[in-house]
Design a protein around this ligand. Structure first.
Ligand SMILES: [Zn+2]
Length: 755
């Protein structure tokens, strides 16, 4: 379900190595993600195997028919996937969970005043695109986990429906109480839109794709170009994933046959008001019929109208009913046993369920993962034995709410806590740039891999291309200099929106999310047009980047599986935490400044003087100015973390210099290293959402996909809950201290193992 956001933040600067330096690097056998000569030979063999032709054939097959959760073709795909893994020598099985997955029974949207209009709510087949006409199998356009409802009310346009938009409506003196809100897609995870509409008193919510963001303003629409046509609709889940992903009825436990299930009414992640996605074709008559003030300039889209806010005179009737059934999700799980550390698991996953035919999302990622599995199986037959156990997962049920991966992680929580080394995810894939987000302890590993894999169209490494693209986007000499001086590119931080969530957020397993993209337009996301025809015309027709994803993710898996100790290091991590803390300090200052300035604007009559008296304007109320928070516990924790990272680095260097005896065992080091990500969990979880236990990253409570770093403190500041912010500073500082202890333990274990 991931929507790729290319944040090419900070990038690799890779100096050319002398021959001597190269030998020196080769000697770092298995550490920090570099490979010994033997491992390098296997990696090179591996990288030559993934075949674009196979990927094209697999995509044709897997995306041939609609394959959403519970559909016959989804089941057929699961059996086919299982057979492939078995054929390639993997020990594979299907693990099934029963999850709540509502599907539409009745959908009505009509305007009842000032004129009558009945929304089409249907995506027409496109001539020439053979799978777009499989209507009897396509899921209708809807938002999964909207409640049933039957509401009629005046319409209000609320822009993207994010918190600032409601502040703006309040300034304009417009309330959405008792109204149906129409918002546009973008700027937040879609589930945030009905949640905020409800919190502000609305009784229904529509979400449409504006052509400004996703349609003809961006480029030619399908089938002439890749962009969203007038009746194209973005389906999608609105489950309150910011509380917990997975089956709404079984939070925290695997939804197996014995699981105790909540009554639907008690499931906290189902939305409160009926919500439905619509096309810009259906939205146009509704928006055109709105009166009231003209929308602020940054609220205006690309429809051929003057955008008004309402409320009314447009009045709409929205009626929705769903089948609230339990449906099976079938995860296909495949293992290659480890030869030395069989109890240490390196895990790789990508989902295979789609909203409809889902060629880009998710089959493009799935076929890359399959080619990795086939290639690793081939190496195994040739005698390669990974030191650690490798587990490949083809997830089902990602689209409705990360169901397959979350239930699997919850089901196997205890085993994963002991055995899991790392998790590597991918989802959509296409032509373009490397995107890599994840745990900063894996930053060196990712950089080393990205520096070796070649971009298929540019003749440079994918890491180098990422670096140069980021440099092209810099806006100041300082930014440029900073970027060029960095040894490694910095990984983006994980929010939510794909199957890594349970691994990192709930189980504390170091995780990476990979994908390529950024060149193709994205106008078919979650529509019937995301199919083989679209993908092979507009995205990655030769699967060159499918192969590149296979090489990147597969090489990462091989290094995690084969290195003497897991290739984690902590300089990137301690730098990241230092950055997060200084951002929090800045945020606290700027919140205080904002409040002081707003009070001044009110007291000095600045608001009053700068508004048009013929237009309604409601000034905000003055607020009490808080005292600055005390960040010293976090500052101290950062210092300790940096010291611990240095300790590990010097222990590592010593082991390298001493050239440990070939029989030296690093198993105790492994256990200490594995637990460093676990140490970032706080067992009681984040305030108000105990499922989320990682203290460095979580999806934002009001952004959804978007990440919040040190979320417990950051969100308390953003919500002006100063006492909670102070309490959470103490808690996070305690967790960071635990992390420093854990890194120090790994360093000491390495020192004694190396002697
Ligand atoms: Zn996806």
């Amino acid at each position: 379900m991931r929507r790729i956001a290319f944040l090419l933040v900070v990038i690799l600067c890779s100096p050319l190595l002398t021959v001597g330096q190269q030998e020196e690097q080769a000697k770092l056998a298995g550490f920090f993600g570099n490979s010994s000569a033997d491992e390098q030979a296997w990696e090179q063999k591996f990288q030559a195997i993934p075949s674009p032709d196979n990927m094209i054939a697999d995509m044709k097959l897997l995306a041939a028919r609609p394959h959403h959760v519970g559909s016959p073709y989804d089941e057929k795909n699961s059996e086919w996937l299982l057979a492939q893994y078995k054929k390639w020598g993997w020990d594979a099985h299907i693990e099934t969970f029963q999850v709540l997955f509502p599907t539409p029974k009745l959908r009505v949207l009509e305007m009842v005043a000032p004129t009558r209009f009945v929304a089409q709510l249907r995506e027409p087949p496109v001539p020439g695109d053979p799978t777009s006409s499989q209507q009897s199998e396509q899921l209708p356009t809807y938002n999964a986990y909207s409640p049933d409802g039957d509401v009629t009310a005046p319409l209000v346009y609320a822009n993207y429906g994010v918190p600032e938009d409601y502040d703006q409506l309040a300034r304009m003196g417009i309330s959405v109480k008792g109204a149906i809100v129409i918002t546009r897609y973008g700027h937040s995870w879609r589930g945030i839109k009905p949640k905020l509409a409800y919190e502000h008193g609305a009784i229904g919510c529509l979400i449409y794709s504006d052509p400004r963001d996703d349609g003809y303003y961006e480029g030619d629409v399908f089938p002439k170009g890749p962009w969203r046509p007038s009746q194209g609709v973005q389906r999608g889940s609105v489950v309150k994933m910011e509380l917990y992903p997975g089956d709404p009825l079984t939070p925290g436990v695997g939804a197996d046959a014995h699981a105790k299930r909540l009554p639907i009414k008690e499931a906290k992640t189902i939305e409160d008001i009926p919500v439905m996605p619509i096309s810009y074709g259906d939205a146009l008559p509704l928006l055109k019929a709105l009166g009231g003030p003209v929308a602020p300039s940054d609220w205006r889209g690309a429809l051929p109208i003057t955008y008004h806010v309402g409320p009314g005179p447009a009045k709409v009737h929205l009626k929705l009913q769903f089948n609230w059934d339990l449906k099976p999700v079938r995860d296909v799980i495949a293992k290659l046993p480890g030869s030395t550390y069989a109890d240490e698991w390196v895990i790789r996953g990508n989902h295979y369920d789609g909203w409809v035919n889902g060629a880009e999302d998710p089959i493009a990622g799935q076929v890359a993962l399959l080619e990795e599995a086939r290639s690793l199986g081939q190496l195994y037959q040739q005698g390669w034995r990974p030191k650690r156990t490798i587990i490949y997962c083809s997830w089902d049920g990602e689209e409705p709410g990360l169901l397959g991966s979350t239930e699997w992680v919850e089901e196997h929580g205890d085993e994963l806590a002991t055995h899991a080394v790392a998790y590597i995810n991918s989802d959509t894939n296409g032509r373009g740039y490397l995107q890599a987000e994840g745990s900063h302890s894996l930053e060196s590993l990712v950089n080393n891999v990205a520096d070796e894999i070649q971009d298929p169209e540019k003749g440079i490494s994918v890491g180098k291309r990422r670096q140069l693209a980021a440099l092209a986007r810099t806006e100041s000499p300082e930014e440029r200099q900073k970027l060029e001086s960095q040894k490694n590119f910095i990984l983006g931080d994980l929010g939510s929106g794909s199957d890594y969530s349970a691994f990192i957020d709930h189980a504390g397993i170091a995780s990476i999310d990979y994908g390529f993209g950024g060149e193709a337009g994205g106008g078919i996301y979650h529509s019937i047009y995301d199919d083989f025809y679209w993908y092979s015309h507009f995205d990655d027709p030769t699967e060159a980047y499918g192969r590149t994803l296979s090489q990147t993710a597969g090489t990462t898996i091989m290094r995690l599986a084969d290195s003497d100790v897991p290739p984690l290091d902590f300089t990137g991590l301690s730098d990241a935490v230092g950055r997060f803390v200084s951002e929090l300090e800045k945020l606290d200052k700027s919140e205080i400044n904002e409040i002081q300035w707003q009070n001044k604007e009110i007291q000095d009559g600045i608001f009053a003087a700068s508004t048009d008296p013929t237009k309604k304007f409601v000034p905000p109320a003055t607020e009490e100015v808080p005292s600055p928070l005390d960040f010293s516990p976090l500052d101290d924790a950062v210092k300790n973390l940096k010291q611990a990272a240095g300790h590990y680095q010097s222990a590592f260097d010593k082991v390298q210099e001493g050239t440990p005896a070939s029989g030296a065992s690093f198993q105790t080091v492994d256990q200490d290293l594995i637990s460093t990500e676990r140490a970032l969990l706080y067992q009681e979880g984040l305030p108000g959402r105990p499922w989320y236990r990682h203290e460095l990253v979580a999806p934002g409570i009001y952004t959804g996909y978007g990440v919040k770093t040190i979320p417990a403190v950051r969100e308390a500041i953003e919500q002006k809950n100063w006492s909670q912010a102070a309490d959470q500073i103490t808690i996070v500082a305690g967790v960071l201290q635990k992390e420093a202890d854990s890194i120090n333990a790994a360093a000491s274990a390495l020192e004694s193992a190396g002697q």
